[in-house]
Write a protein that binds this ligand. Sequence first.
Ligand SMILES: Nc1nc2c(ncn2[C@@H]2O[C@H](COP(=O)(O)OP(=O)(O)O)[C@@H](O)[C@H]2O)c(=O)[nH]1
Ligand SMILES: [Mg+2]
Length: 368
Amino acid sequence: MIDLALKPKSALIAAVDEQDGESEPALDELALLLSNLGVPVVGRVLQKRRTPDPATFIGKGKAAEIKEFAFGLGANLLVVDDELSPTQRSNLGAVTGLEVWDRAFTIMMIFEQRANTAEAKLQVELAMLRYEIPSLKGLGHQMSRLGGGIGTRGPGETEFERHRRKLERRIKFIEKNLKDVRNRRRQYRYRRSRDGADVVSLVGYTNSGKSTLLRSLSGDNSIKAEDRLFSTLDTVTRRVDVPSGDSFLLSDTVGFIRKLPPELIAAFRATLEEASGADLLLIVADASSPTPMRNFDVVLDTLRDIEADEIPRIVVLNKIDRVSEESVFISAGLESKGEDVARVSALSGEGLPELILRINERIKEVLD
Ligand SMILES: Nc1nc2c(ncn2[C@@H]2O[C@H](COP(=O)(O)OP(=O)(O)O)[C@@H](O)[C@H]2O)c(=O)[nH]1
Ligand SMILES: [Mg+2]
């Protein structure tokens, strides 16, 4: 993979502005993603057009402008806030002379840096391989065309084919490995439910405060919570005691984000499924985010993807210490959609005793 330490990058970020008011916050988030990789953003480009250009995504004229712009700013990387096809990526690279990433690749790079267990590493590798294969197909095809006339095999093709087959074998190997993990997890969940433990899972947008909440509710201060995106790629479970003497298990896992690459969702299915097996979900939402409702919708979409949208839930509107007044409005908005909302600050502890009681009540309802 690309070694960030060897080649310092500075990025220009670009998006197609569909004029729905979402492009600026989306670019802010992309800049945040890149800063999590230590890549500074030196310029932004918004291209107004209704639909992306199939050949270059932002349009050929705009791509030529970007080349000039990047030269002036000393940027060597172009990051587009969307998913690029292999053709778009290579065309954009050719026109601008820049290295080109898309949003999916950027997110995968962060996952790659954060993965520190064998399982998370395999999951990221699988997502990367699946992401890479289509572009290899494209390249192989181009090379074979360069190689000669109709009916002859290009010199590059066999080499690419061999490489591709190698990657496909590796994919099979990892898939088999992860399938075993998935089965073990399923058996473990089954045992746990047979033993009568109630399981509550934390889900939510990345950086919403899931790990902080687990730390505060369980009292385990060794749990890491950081202002870094995707610092948790594995599942962490702790017991939470209720004053009445009851207790439940609370699980924290990987966070969601807008346009989470499907390759990552597929690869992290075993981890994400931890949520699908829960008795109750806590959807943690950051009340101080510039786009709390939009983020909430992304979380619901992802829950649908992992078939966890029918599980009873409480929306935990977090970080109210930062935005006390606004949080009341956000809470009302969510309640009008039929959500059960609890306003808390995982950091200051405000609202947490009430939340524990509410969780306990809801678990009893669910299990009745
Ligand atoms: N002000 C404030 N910050 C919080 C609160 N909860 C979490 N944070 C901060 O938000 C950042 C992300 O928290 P974390 O628990 O790692 O989020 P996760 O990605 O959802 O697990 C950290 O810097 C936390 O200190 C809160 O209630 N209030
Ligand atoms: Mg976390």
